[in-house]
Design a protein. Structure first.
Lengths: 231, 222
C-alpha cells in the first residue's frame, strides 16, 4: 500500500493505492473517489477477532453512540483482487496524519479515526466520565496491532512528546499512546480560573509517550456559532 | 477577459479584468468588489430559465458586469472556503455542479440541465450546468481542487464533484452492492464515469460538512 496526503493542513485528502488483495478500512462517508476496480463492503465496526458476543457488544455500543453522539458506527472495506486506488477525506477542515503501529497500541478520540490498513484491531472503549468531561465523547477507539492507521483532526495536527507529564486543553486531544495515563483536572488559578479562564477543565497526561493534538476544537466552534444562529 | 486567481487554495478570489465594453456574467451574490466604471445589470434570461436555475440550487437571477469607457476590474468569491479554477470552453465543453459555478464570459452559454430521475436523489446531480460556446468559466469549490484524468472508469462521490468534461459518460448510482449497504456506508450516491476526459474534484463535501456541524448545534426552539 502506498499513500500520500495532499492539501495539508486545511483541506487535506488522503490518496491510497492498493496492491492486489490489499484492504483498507475507512470511516463511513469518507470516500471522495475510487477506481472502478475496487469494491466497497459495509461492515459493523467490531474488533477484528470479535466473536458473537464481541459483535453484540459492538452493536450495542454502536446504538448508544448513535443516540449519544450521532456518530457513524459502520466502516467501509475497500479491496480488489487486481488492486486499485481510493481517496479519502474528513468532513471538517483539518489534517490527516499517517501513523505506523508495530505491536504497540494507541487511543484515539472517537471522531479522529479515518482509515486503517494491515493487521490492525480497532476496539471501542468506554471512556467514562473523564472522557465526557474532556469533551472527547463517551467512547475512545483503541487501535493495536501491526499496520498503518490514518487519523484526522479539526485544525492542524501537532505531535507532542510527553516526558513525565503534559497538559492538553479538553477538546484538543486527537490521540495518545496507550502507555500514557490521563486524568482530568482544573486548569489552575483556583475557583476564578476554573470559572473564568476559559480553560476550566484540562487533561493531564503522565508517563512516556506521544500525544497528538489538534489546533482547533469542534465544541469551541459550536459554542461560538450557537448564539449567532437565528432562533 | 483576463482572470487572476488570488489567495488559492483556501481563500480564493477571482480577479477579472475587463476591456472597455467587455462583460462577465456571474452568480448573484458572488461579487466582492468592482471598479466604479463597471455597471451591473440583473437578468433572469427569461422566467423559465430563472425558475430552472432556482430548482437547480442556484439563484433565479444572474448578474452581468460591463466595463464602461475603459478597463474595469471585478472580484468574485464563493461563500465557503476553497479553491477556484478557470475552465476554457470551446474545443472542450464542461458539465458543472450547480453550486460550483461562479462566473463566465457572456460568449459561453451556461444552461441548466436536469440529471434525470436518478440524479434527483443525489443532492448534487439533480441539476447541473452545461457549457456551450467559446470563452472562460470560473468555478469555485469547497476544499482543495484536484484535477483528475479519467481513462477508462472511475467512481466519485457526488458531493465531491465540481466539474467534468462533457465527453465523459456518467451514471449516478448507489455506492455499494445494495441499497441498504449504500445507505449504511454513508457514501450516499456516487457517480460512475466512463470514457476519457478531465474531472475536477473538491476535497470537501458541503452537505456532509453542514450535517456534521448541524448535528452538533442545539435544536432550534419552535
Amino acid at each position: 500500500m502506498q499513500h500520500i496526503v495532499k492539501y495539508e493542513p486545511t483541506f487535506s485528502m488522503l490518496q491510497v493505492s492498493l496492491a492486489p488483495g490489499e484492504t483498507i478500512i475507512a470511516e463511513a462517508g469518507s470516500m471522495v473517489a475510487r477506481s472502478a476496480s475496487l469494491s466497497m463492503e459495509v461492515k459493523l465496526n467490531a474488533g477484528k477477532n470479535a466473536g458473537f458476543f464481541g459483535k453484540m457488544k459492538a452493536f450495542f455500543i454502536a446504538i448508544i453512540r448513535k443516540i449519544v453522539g450521532g456518530e457513524t458506527f459502520f466502516v467501509n472495506h475497500f479491496s480488489s483482487p487486481q488492486g486499485g486506488w481510493v481517496w479519502l477525506a474528513p468532513s471538517l477542515s483539518g489534517g490527516i496524519r499517517p501513523i505506523q503501529l508495530a505491536g504497540n497500541s494507541m487511543i484515539f478520540s472517537a471522531g479522529a479515526f479515518l482509515a486503517s490498513a494491515g493487521d490492525i484491531d480497532l476496539k471501542m472503549r468506554w471512556g467514562g466520565l473523564r472522557a465526557l468531561l474532556a469533551k472527547e465523547g463517551a467512547f475512545f477507539v483503541e487501535a493495536s496491532g501491526n499496520g498503518q492507521i490514518f487519523v484526522t483532526s479539526y485544525g492542524a495536527i501537532d505531535e507532542i512528546q510527553c516526558n513525565g507529564s503534559y497538559i492538553v486543553d479538553n477538546g484538543h486531544i486527537v490521540g495518545f499512546d496507550s502507555s500514557l495515563d490521563f486524568k482530568i483536572r482544573s486548569g489552575g488559578g483556583g475557583l476564578l480560573g476554573f470559572m473564568a479562564s476559559g480553560e476550566g477543565i484540562v487533561c493531564e497526561f503522565t508517563g512516556q509517550g506521544k500525544i497528538l493534538i489538534q489546533s482547533r476544537n469542534t465544541s469551541a466552534l459550536v459554542d461560538w456559532l450557537t448564539p449567532m444562529l437565528p432562533p | 477577459m483576463q482572470v487572476n486567481l488570488l489567495y488559492r487554495p483556501s481563500q480564493s478570489l477571482a480577479q477579472c479584468w475587463l476591456q472597455a465594453g467587455e462583460s462577465v456574467v456571474a452568480e448573484s451574490g458572488a461579487m466582492v468588489g468592482m471598479s466604479t466604471n463597471v455597471q451591473m445589470q440583473t437578468q433572469s434570461g427569461g422566467l423559465m430559465k430563472g425558475l430552472k436555475r432556482l430548482f437547480g440550487g442556484e439563484s433565479f437571477f444572474r448578474n452581468t458586469f460591463t466595463a464602461q469607457g475603459g478597463q474595469g476590474e471585478v472580484l468574485f468569491a464563493t461563500p465557503l472556503c476553497g479553491d477556484m479554477a478557470v475552465l476554457d470552453a470551446g474545443h472542450k465543453q464542461w458539465c458543472i455542479q450547480s453550486s460550483a459555478y461562479v462566473a463566465s464570459s457572456p460568449s459561453v452559454d451556461v444552461k441548466t440541465k436536469t440529471g434525470g430521475f436518478k440524479g434527483m436523489f443525489s443532492g448534487a446531480g439533480l441539476f447541473m450546468l452545461e457549457t456551450s460556446g467559446m470563452g472562460q468559466v470560473v468555478i469555485g469549490t469547497f476544499g482543495a481542487l484536484e484535477q483528475v484524468q479519467v481513462d477508462g472508469s472511475m467512481v466519485i462521490d457526488t458531493g465531491h464533484l465540481a466539474a467534468w468534461e462533457s465527453t465523459l459518460q456518467y451514471k449516478v448510482g448507489k455506492s455499494g452492492s445494495g441499497w441498504i449497504a449504500s445507505f449504511l456506508s454513508g457514501e450516499g450516491l456516487v457517480c460512475h464515469f466512463e470514457g476519457q476526459g478531465t474531472v475536477y474534484l473538491q476535497s470537501r463535501n458541503a452537505a456532509e460538512y453542514g450535517s456534521t456541524i448541524g448535528g452538533l448545534l442545539p435544536p432550534r426552539e419552535q
